[in-house]
Design a protein around this ligand. Sequence first.
Ligand code: ZN
Length: 222
Amino acid sequence: MAMEAWSKLLGGWDGFELIDVEEHPVGPTQPIPELVLRLRAIPGHPKRCSRCGAEVVAIHDVAERRVRDLAVFDWDTWIVFPRARLECPRCGPTVEAVPWLDRYQRMTTRLAEKVARLTMVLPIRHVAAWFHLHWDTVKQLDRRALHTRLGPITAESLADVRLLVIDDFAIQKGHRYATVIVDLTTKRVLWVHRGQRLRSSASEPTTLPSHSRISGLLTASL
Ligand SMILES: [Zn+2]
């Protein structure tokens, strides 16, 4: 397939363009089929500081990066691209902003989002096995997505909480449980924990978040 056709099919690497595709089919030393997509920076495309977002002209150096992307069919897909370190006049040495790259993991944002979506319905170890990712990586993505969905829980945001509902519910056909704590007045979910049933957990007092000790709390039910 021609590069332009591949780029159109796969696409989404803002600031970069596809220059080569390497195929590594299953073989004696290749248990999983892999595609390696090599990108280059589009000449003249402005580079921005990853810290302040300002356009920066001065490039300190460029290093090759290898990150995972969504699989193409059943092929694990890797992106190899040059990432520049910039000399930002405001921030000093920084790396360039790459909007399609996940901030903390060595993968694209679209892969990170897909992994996080699947952790909502599947056990973490199954998701990790499916994507050939480390359990810790999937766990971090799941935790971050959960934090994003629930929003930050601060002392100020809990000031008006008076009635809590605490409940366990079965997930994955009863193989696992989750515990949820909800502000009864606003129906806001304050805390979710997957794992053992809270009421059967020997470590119950320490598994509760510290901010569950809310001053002025009237009732908590289990
Ligand atoms: Zn900057």
